[in-house]
Design a protein around this ligand. Structure first.
Ligand SMILES: [Zn+2]
Ligand SMILES: [Zn+2]
Ligand SMILES: [Zn+2]
Length: 448
């Protein structure tokens, strides 16, 4: 049985979605920790602690189901709450998690009245995937974390509590979900995590044919509940599409404009091939493309576009790429009433003027995020990204004006032409699409 130990995350992740990041970007925050190899977006330092954090409030050992700031603990990831719109807070005091079973079985409390994630009795909403309640702090964490993926393509957090240091991986090849030991032991039964650990080809609670295991009961049509949950609870409801159950997923059909993204999508397993009759159509010039063309070539599930790289010779003004992308996007979008998941991403390789940037935000009706790559303390590359893909915001970090100016400087442009293309920066933003589209074996594709 594959067990997945949590990895440390680079600190460019730390300040994500901060509304005033520049104030905090002073010493140390935008640099990788000293023991990290330089020049990597995310460090690969696995650690194997179970991260038991002692909670003085509860007077006992309590596996951290919520962020606990403990400088001595190795749970660096647990303190990184991304995109939280409210200050991070501990779950409301309530029974410890291991009392959930007692509350339900002995005290006859409905499981919908207990937070499945932390055991709190101050339930704010219902868990979208499994029968049970959810308190407000756990709801915030869930909203922020559920669509986060690690580089290996598995979800970063437990699908029940959105925490967890050591995670059990579902071995259904169509599934990317993970479950923490604690959730499995508390909700299914003591010792379950060890049994699962010893099992080969374990299939998770959302993939199993039976919908109930101990206290853990999968909700009917959980993918629709998940969309309703995001629509209702997220602060700025993105047009969230209902995720697609594995057996209904089809390969993604991609239209890429100007910049190419085929190799990245292939290495992630979304495309079998980047050429020939695959599901990718690339256009470097769209001047003569009209609605009829796009409708004939489509339908498309993902429209990607990018500006040229800085320093790349181009006879178009930068704004042209924004306007053309927006025009083609309108042709490719499904009709308003269509429930079909549809995603798009536009990437500016720092060539847009301030006015173009503002226009892009207005036309694309969403705020951009900045994704950077560091080399030591220096920003090596950065892009601005507009997208409706879930969790793109979580990869955001603020780019200091002086860093942006430095990246735009002509001598840096020349230096940057030798480093890997900016598409590498956005590659992992596509991972949440695994909830919507079929993916092919990455072992196969990465060896090509
Ligand atoms: Zn909770
Ligand atoms: Zn969990
Ligand atoms: Zn699964």
């Amino acid at each position: 049985m594959a067990v997945y130990s949590r990895r440390t995350r680079s600190l460019d992740f730390l300040d994500s979605v901060d509304p005033h990041p520049a104030e905090q970007l002073g010493e140390g925050l935008c640099q990788p920790p000293g023991d990290q190899p330089p020049c990597e977006l995310e460090a690969e330092g696995p650690f194997f602690s179970l991260c038991l954090c002692v909670s003085p409030l509860l007077g006992g050992v309590h596996v951290a189901a919520a962020p606990v700031l403990d400088p001595d603990a190795e749970c660096s990831k647990d303190v990184i709450l991304v995109g939280s719109s409210e200050p991070s807070s501990s779950p409301a005091p309530g029974p410890q998690r291991d009392q959930i079973a007692y509350e339900v079985r002995v005290n006859q409390r409905a499981i919908e009245d207990v937070c499945l994630c932390c055991g709190s009795l101050q339930v704010h909403t219902q868990h979208p995937l499994f029968a049970g309640g959810m308190c407000a702090p756990c709801k915030n964490k869930f909203l922020d974390c559920l669509f986060l993926y690690d580089d290996d393509g598995y979800q970063s957090y437990c699908s029940i509590c959105c925490s967890g240091e050591t995670l059990l991986i579902c071995e259904n090849p169509d599934c990317t979900r993970c479950y923490c030991f604690e959730c499995v032991d508390v909700l299914v039964g003591p010792g379950t995590s060890e049994r699962v650990h010893a099992t080969s080809n374990w299939v998770c609670f959302l993939c199993l044919p039976s919908s109930r295991d101990g206290l853990l009961q999968r909700r009917r049509k959980w993918w629709e509940r998940l969309k309703a949950f995001y629509d209702q609870e997220a602060d700025s409801p993105l047009e969230m599409h209902a995720t697609v159950p594995a057996w209904k997923r089809e390969p993604v059909r991609v239209l890429s404009l100007f910049g190419k993204i085929g190799n990245e999508l292939m290495s992630l397993g979304f495309l079998e091939t980047v050429s020939g009759l695959g599901n990718l159509r690339h256009l470097s010039d769209v001047t003569d493309v009209v609605r009829r063309n796009v409708e004939e070539w489509g339908p498309f599930d993902l429209v990607y576009g990018s500006t040229p790289r800085l320093g790349q010779t181009c006879n178009r003004p930068p704004g042209w790429f924004v306007y053309q992308f927006h025009r083609i996007l309108q042709y490719a979008k499904p009709r308003l009433c269509s429930p079909r998941p549809f995603f798009w991403m536009f990437v500016d390789n720092l060539v847009l003027t301030k006015d173009d940037h503002t226009a892009a935000t207005r036309f694309l009706e969403t705020d951009p995020v900045t994704i950077q790559e560091f080399c030591g303390r220096t920003v090596r590359n950065a892009v601005h990204v507009w997208s409706n893909i879930p969790a793109v915001r979580s990869r955001h970090s603020a780019l200091l004006p002086q860093d942006e100016a430095s990246l735009r400087a002509p001598d840096r442009q020349r230096a940057r032409s030798s480093i890997p293309g900016p598409t590498g920066l956005v590659k992992n933003c596509f991972l949440p699409l695994k909830e919507y589209f079929k993916f092919f074996s990455t072992e196969l594709t990465s060896s090509l």
